[in-house]
Design a protein around this ligand. Structure first.
Ligand code: ATP
Length: 581
């Protein structure tokens, strides 16, 4: 399955119906239809069968009025009765098939969404892509919206298009032949000409819509993000009585979004005028077309009844042929939406550069087993991604088992950034970083500055696993370490983690650390919300469990738990010193 990527906003400022769209659309199709025997292909096959049968019935239903003209003008009562019965049956069959067609389209849309979203999830959660996209890569806006909403809309629109696209070639050929049969070449030629003019006009009107739709989706995401930000910072905002200022900011985003929507509607107005004019003109075109052979005397030998039947049948054939073209033109509106969403959700192996480098296979496990050290840094220099100034220059260091390291330094000197470099979240400018132990239990575990709590039960928080067999075996251990970390919480239920105090969150993270028992624990101000006494308990417990500590912090009280002090002095300089025990 080819990996999907989310198109960069920078690279596609003005998404268009161009070659790139075709490439991206094809990549998506490869994800939706990975093999001939896949479920999606089978569904599409069923849809083809149903829609083609439906077309056969539609033709039968369509010519019934002309047969009514015939039997009524002949005043043939028994033929009329039979015809009425047949019409009823055909209509019933037709509506059943039409509903089945819609039903399969909806099923397909959900199944496509499943395939696409799962594929995007696979890429998004691979390595540290979610970090790179959300934190480092500014040009891919709102990845959450692209995965959750745009993908859903794309699948819905594509499934709407699918059945129309499938039947179009067949119906076009068949009704062109029928039209030619009753009107000669003039019928199909004028209808084709009509279609060509319609297509050119619509393409011209549609171009600007795609880019505006893309922009509107981005602004929708920005607007929703603002509300999400308020939701997650509601308490801090309330402490500042920030309602007024947030109102202005949120309203400003709303106004930008609405302005874009108005612009989109203005552009769409012209497209709708084009589409509707095309629809209604088509209605009378059939009579103009049949009028030519009638006035030139081709059908002079027909009785009035036969002529009415012929006009009625021809009207149906021409109107249906026009309808096929009209549907193709209507598809243009859907296609412009699909193009907008495709550019936001596109997939192609060749576009991997749009993905951050973290997509590449993770090298977390390299050198696992060297055992007595966690990291080796050799003349490492790094800076923050959006700055030219080096945070640390030529740092050489080995973090070995049993030798506890404390990293200190002023605000913004790059302490956390050093951990980002160790964790491979950031690339180094020069030098080498080797992670010589594996990641996870029995290896290295990081406790970030902002406690990481996910959704799920307390058991899941501590074990960080979905493996139920571990839980039943380990409940006692979990409780033991929760107690050791001083966590007082209700039993293993789903819990509202965002109502925990910062100190409680930090304790919970320590309980997790005790449970996982890595050889190395990297703690980024992990006790900042605890008292010095509680801090002491945590550090002593870590050491009793055999962990080697790498800590970041401002408190002097931390020094007594460490052997080496690394001080970051700013502007790239650093000092390394031994701490007295
Ligand atoms: N995701 C990011 N993108 C760009 N710059 C960043 C990012 N994260 C941090 N920085 C910048 O890198 C510099 C170092 O940040 P860092 O978080 O390492 O500081 P710190 O020494 O840990 O500070 P503190 O003591 O406040 O935790 C800061 O100037 C910060 O603005």
């Amino acid at each position: 399955m080819p990996p999907l990527s989310m198109a960069s906003g920078k690279g596609t400022k003005r998404p268009k119906l161009d070659w790139r769209f075709v490439q991206r659309f094809c990549s998506i199709q490869r994800v939706l239809f990975p093999s001939w025997s896949s479920q999606n292909v089978l569904m599409l096959g069923t849809l083809v069968g149903v829609t083609l049968t439906e077309q056969l019935i539609i033709y039968q239903v369509g010519v019934i009025p002309s047969q009514f003209y015939q039997v009524l003008s002949d005043k043939d009562y028994s033929a009329f009765r039979n015809l009425a019965g047949l019409a009823f049956l055909l209509i019933l069959l037709n509506s059943t098939l039409k509903s089945l067609d819609q039903y399969i389209c909806s099923l397909m849309s959900v199944s496509w969404r499943k395939s696409l979203t799962e594929c995007l999830h696979k890429d998004y959660f691979q390595g540290r892509v979610y970090y790179t996209l959300n934190v480092l890569q500014e040009d891919v806006d709102n990845p959450d919206q692209r995965i959750s909403q745009d993908t859903e809309r794309l699948c819905k629109q594509m499934s709407t298009m699918a059945s129309r696209l499938i039947v179009s070639p067949f119906t076009l050929l068949y009704y062109t032949y029928q039209c030619f049969y009753s009107t000669g070449w003039i019928g199909p030629v004028s209808i084709f000409g009509y279609f060509v003019v319609g297509t050119i006009t619509n393409k011209a009107l549609m171009g600007p819509i795609v880019s505006t739709l893309f922009e509107q989706e981005k602004l929708e995401g920005d607007f929703r993000f603002k509300h999400m930000q308020i939701r997650s910072n509601a308490e801090s905002a309330a402490f500042y009585r920030a309602g007024k200022v947030e109102l202005m900011r949120t309203d400003r985003r709303l106004q930008t979004l609405l302005r874009c929507q108005y612009r989109l509607m203005n552009k769409e107005l012209w497209l709708y005028i084009g589409v509707n004019t095309f629809d209604y003109l088509g209605g009378i075109l059939s009579y103009i077309v049949i009028s030519i052979p009638i006035f030139t005397g081709v059908y002079d030998d027909l009785t009035p009844g036969e002529l009415s039947a012929l006009i009625s049948k021809n009207a149906f054939v021409c109107i249906y042929l026009i309808n096929c073209f009209t549907q193709l033109i209507d598809l243009s509106t859907t296609l412009s939406d699909v193009a907008g969403y495709t550019h936001r959700t596109e997939g192609k192996t060749g576009l991997v550069p749009l993905l951050p480098s973290a997509v590449l296979p993770s090298s977390d496990n390299v050198h696992a087993g060297l055992g007595d050290s966690a990291f080796i840094l050799d003349r490492v220099s790094f800076r923050s991604p959006f700055s030219e100034q080096l945070l640390v220059k030529d740092l050489s260091l080995k973090i070995s088992q049993g030798s506890h390291l404390l990293v200190v330094g002023n605000t913004g000197t790059g302490k956390t950034s050093l951990l980002r470099v160790l964790n491979r979240l950031w690339e180094v400018d020069s030098g080498f970083v080797q992670m010589t132990s594996c990641f996870g239990p029995r290896g290295i575990i990081f406790l970030p500055q902002k406690p990481y709590l996910t959704d799920g039960t307390l058991r899941e928080q501590v074990t960080l696993t979905f493996d139920k067999t571990i839980w039943s075996v380990d409940d006692e251990r979990i409780i033991q370490y929760l107690e050791l970390a001083g966590v007082v919480m209700p039993a293993f239920s789903v819990f509202m983690y965002d109502v925990l105090s910062p100190g409680e969150m930090q304790r919970l993270c320590f309980a997790r650390l005790f449970y996982l028992q890595p050889k190395y624990a990297v703690l980024d101000e992990a006790t900042s919300a605890l008292t010095e006494e509680a801090e002491g308990q945590m550090y002593r417990a870590c050491k009793q469990l055999g962990m080697t500590l790498v800590s970041l912090g401002h408190r002097r009280s931390l020094e007594k738990y460490h052997d080496i002090l690394l001080k970051l002095c700013g502007e790239g300089s650093w000092e390394l010193a031994k701490l007295k025990v």
